[in-house]
Design a binder for this molecule. Structure first.
Ligand code: PLP
Length: 362
């Protein structure tokens, strides 16, 4: 966070504390989704051009809520093994079975052909991920979801501010989730939001995760649900997110420009597999800047030296992604729940061997 952003957020937070200290009404505002929560949801609706935005406590809960609202229970869903476990944690808790499909070599996101092959009569949904903040193939997955009648969900936790073909990352899915936790393009301590155009899904999300005050305000229920899981965003996180919203997008633009310059240098140096996001209309957030060794041959010292000649002081680090089905914690708890048609994913395996992260020296 820049100092000016931090100062602005600090003043806004103090203003909230003062108001909430003296007024019970101000304390209750976020229960019905008013105040800073309403303001943040409005900013998000505008940014994504979506009808509904719902702030939640974090993206893991947000994805769980989507599974609850969509009635996913004991169903198969297709997803990528090349992600962080929180992508699937909620749906696994609901007793659903993941079917892993393979990924593309450059975006590291779901490969549409592989998704098609993984579809069976038990498939209800496809859960895509913008891993490293690189938007997945939204047009391709939209087409498949429509053709096979699948719910199309995107874990866009890392991709706020990214786009593909001019569309915000995740926004072509039926519903998608963004995160505001550490390292994400918009950082507000903790927090997340769910976005959709689907009124029925939105009502169920409110019913299952929000306070009766908000249930009544948003869906006008005479019968309210005290048995909802509390997935509300902390009001201070909303105040914070509002204060840094525009600044974060601006700062992200600078990072995107710099990462595209680094990619240009990498392509010229030629030790890594060529990357061409620009001509395909892909604008990642570069949550992580990654590259893959050409023919799997790691040459970290040479690459660091060559990048210096281009004026970039970078360190080579391991990729943080561990394939889900290679993790003992996954196999121990959920290995027996693997869905029909799941398979080993050749490209994902290959990428987990030859991918690395590039981290800028301070
Ligand atoms: C950060 C992250 C999540 C979880 O977000 P939280 O808000 O911390 O729950 C889920 N999926 C991916 C891909 C993430 O990077």
């Amino acid at each position: 966070m820049r100092t000016s952003d931090a100062g602005h957020a600090g003043r806004e937070i103090i203003a909230y504390l003062k108001a909430a200290d003296s007024m019970a009404a101000d304390q209750r505002m976020h229960l019905y989704g008013g105040g800073a929560v309403a303001e943040l949801e409005e900013k998000l609706r505008r940014h994504y051009h979506k009808k509904y935005a719902l702030c939640v406590s974090n993206a893991t809960m947000g994805l769980l809520a989507v599974g609850l609202a969509a009635g996913l229970k004991g169903d198969d869903f297709i997803t990528t093994p090349y992600t962080y476990g929180a992508t699937v944690a909620g749906w696994l808790h609901l007793g659903n079975s993941p079917v892993f499909a393979d990924i593309e070599a450059d975006t590291l996101a779901l490969d549409c052909e592989s998704v098609k092959k993984a579809i069976s009569k038990n498939t209800r949904a496809v859960l895509a991920v913008d891993i490293h903040g690189t938007p997945h193939d939204m047009k391709g997955l939209r087409k498949i979801a429509d053709e096979y009648g699948l719910l199309y969900v995107s874990d866009s936790a890392q991709s706020f501010g990214g786009s593909r073909d001019g569309l915000p990352a995740g926004s072509v899915a039926d519903v998608f989730v963004v995160s505001f936790t550490a390292g994400k393009p918009l950082f507000a301590g903790e927090g997340a939001a769910i976005l959709t155009d689907d009124p029925a899904l939105y009502e169920k999300l409110i019913w299952f995760t929000q306070h009766p005050l908000r249930q009544r305000r948003d869906i006008g229920l005479r019968l309210d649900n005290e048995f909802a899981l509390n997935a509300r965003l902390h009001p201070l996180a909303a105040v914070w997110a509002n204060a840094v919203f525009e600044g974060s997008l601006e700062r992200l633009k600078a990072r995107q420009k710099r990462c595209f310059d680094i990619i240009k240098a990498l392509n010229e140096i030629g030790l890594t597999e060529n990357v061409d996001f620009a001509s395909r209309g892909i604008v990642p957030t570069f949550f992580s800047l990654t590259a893959a060794w050409k023919s799997g041959k790691a040459q970290g010292d040479l690459l660091t030296r060559r990048l210096r000649e281009y004026g970039f002081r970078m360190n080579v680090d391991h990729s943080p992604v561990r394939l889900l089905y290679r993790q003992p914690a996954f196999m121990g708890q959920y290995g027996s729940a693997l869905g029909e048609n799941t398979r080993r994913c050749r490209q994902a395996e290959r990428q987990s061997r030859c991918r690395f992260c590039l981290i800028e020296e301070e």
